[in-house]
Design a protein around this ligand. Structure first.
Ligand code: AMP
Length: 214
């Protein structure tokens, strides 16, 4: 499937989960700016050191930095899934000069559910190397062996910005910085998805909207 897909939605709405499912099923590249930035931080690169404290506090990295990261990544791709970018009107304007988009899904979740989803989220320790994308939840999707990834056995960890304080900051800024301006920017192109449901149900809805014969 040669499609350029964007997921909108607050932290915890399931963008990463749905992107990973689509990427796996249809062999499309999944570009998560959060993963890319965490990878830079983990590698100790100059860029990573520059943005570390911003990311861990739950704030946004500057448009210039993420724009350049994404531009370099999509340069030679004719299909991709964007997860976590664009996140500001400035990024959306910039990205429109880089590529077009075929589908935009806005994952909508009630705000009470988001906090519970995020505080219980546990990631595979290999996630930053992009070797494994295992994501679990202490209550909703516990791993078979506590603290260990079902997929590769690596230890699970909690993201530093999945604490209640950082989560409140991330969710608080979302509507003003991302949700409202990007829905206005993309207008009728945005397809709303009720993401209060289980991941497989949300995925089925997205697939039907993509009109893909499975
Ligand atoms: P995520 O994994 O998408 O929740 O992103 C984690 C963190 O990475 C965010 O809280 C920001 O600090 C940073 N980040 C990811 N994508 C962007 C973006 N498009 N613009 C600015 N900061 C970003």
């Amino acid at each position: 499937m040669t499609k350029k897909i964007l997921f909108l939605g607050p932290a915890g709405s399931g963008k990463g989960t749905q992107s990973a499912k689509l990427a796996e099923k249809f062999g499309i590249e999944h570009l998560s700016t959060g993963d890319l930035i965490r990878g830079e931080i983990k590698s100790g690169s100059e860029l990573g050191n520059k943005v570390k404290s911003i990311v861990e506090a739950g704030q946004l990295v500057s448009d210039d930095i993420v724009n350049e990261i994404v531009k370099a990544k999509v340069a030679n791709l004719d299909a991709f899934i964007l997860d976590g970018y664009p996140r500001t009107k400035g990024q959306a304007e910039f990205f429109s000069t880089v590529s077009d988009l075929d589908f935009i899904f806005d994952l909508e979740v009630d705000s009470e559910a988001l906090i519970e989803r995020l505080t219980g989220r546990r990631m595979c320790g290999k996630e930053n190397d992009k070797n494994c994308k295992g994501t679990f939840h202490t209550k909703f999707n516990p791993p078979q062996a506590e603290g260990k990834c079902d997929l590769c056995g690596s230890p699970l960890y909690q993201r530093k910005d999945d604490t209640e304080e950082a989560i409140n900051k991330r969710l608080g800024g979302y509507e003003a910085e991302t949700g409202a301006p990007l829905n206005e920017f993309y207008g009728a192109k945005v397809s709303k998805v009720n993401a209060n449901r289980k991941p497989d149900e949300v995925f089925a809805d997205i697939e039907s909207k993509l009109q893909v014969s499975v």
